[in-house]
Design a protein around this ligand. Structure first.
Ligand SMILES: O=c1[nH]c(=O)c2ncn([C@@H]3O[C@H](COP(=O)(O)OP(=O)(O)OP(=O)(O)O)[C@@H](O)[C@H]3O)c2[nH]1
Ligand SMILES: [Mg+2]
Length: 197
């Protein structure tokens, strides 16, 4: 089976990638499989910088083509926070604490001002390949309490108006069809024939 290597240690992201790549005939391989002891420090100040950093670091270490995802939630009423710091907003990769902090900071903010978007930068790097980045986003509204148990991160408090459901109430396939990550992956898929020629 063809493999696609993703420079991630986030199992939620890995599941999102599997929902999108398995139907295309690819097996998704993550850092848990190929570089479990490697830590890549995210020193960038933008999604793009961090995605490039992760893709190029793992690609150089393995000598293969690697895709990396840097993503997050931008809430308008919080001036775009948590943004690039989404994974470490309240505690390091503590999804529950991160959700509590967003809800706390939005207390009293009315629904029409709770607009937000998920953003995703995907970078692809490889030997003999010019590193390339694509972007995807997904518009939503921050709920006042959690709904649903699917997905990861902020999915339970992210309401998707076009589907009238929280992101965590969607199946992996439904999420992939509308998500920031799904939108970015489709753009990358369109570019692959030219990139790999
Ligand atoms: O509810 C969510 N649904 C999503 O679809 C989603 N995508 C991103 N996020 C948030 O943004 C951080 C990314 O930070 P991030 O790109 O550095 O990834 P990460 O540190 O979790 O893993 P890695 O890929 O770097 O190993 C994540 O941890 C989450 O908090 C999401 N939340
Ligand atoms: Mg990270």
């Amino acid at each position: 089976m063809k493999q696609v290597v993703i420079a991630t240690k986030n199992r939620g992201k890995a599941k999102d990638f599997e929902a999108l790549f398995t139907p295309l005939g690819y097996e998704v391989v993550t850092m848990f499989d190929v570089a479990p002891d490697m830590e890549i420090e995210e020193t960038g100040t933008t999604f793009e910088e961090n995605a490039v950093l992760k893709a190029e670091t793992l690609s150089k270490a393995l000598g293969t083509i690697v895709i990396a995802d840097d993503s997050g939630l931008a809430v308008d009423a919080l001036d775009g926070a948590p943004g690039v710091y989404s994974a470490r907003y309240a505690g390091d990769h503590d999804d529950e604490a991160n959700i509590v902090k967003v809800l706390e900071n939005l207390k009293g903010v009315p629904e029409e001002e709770r607009t937000a978007r998920f953003m995703c930068a995907l970078a692809i790097a490889g030997p003999e390949l010019e590193t390339t980045t694509v972007f995807g986003s997904c518009e939503g509204v921050i709920l006042e309490e959690k709904r649903g148990t699917n997905g990861f991160g902020y999915d339970p408090i992210f309401f998707v108006p076009e589907l009238n459901r929280a992101m965590a109430e969607l199946s992996p396939e439904e999420k992939g069809a509308i998500s920031h990550r799904g939108n970015a992956i489709r753009k990358l898929a369109d570019l692959l024939p030219t990139l790999l020629h």
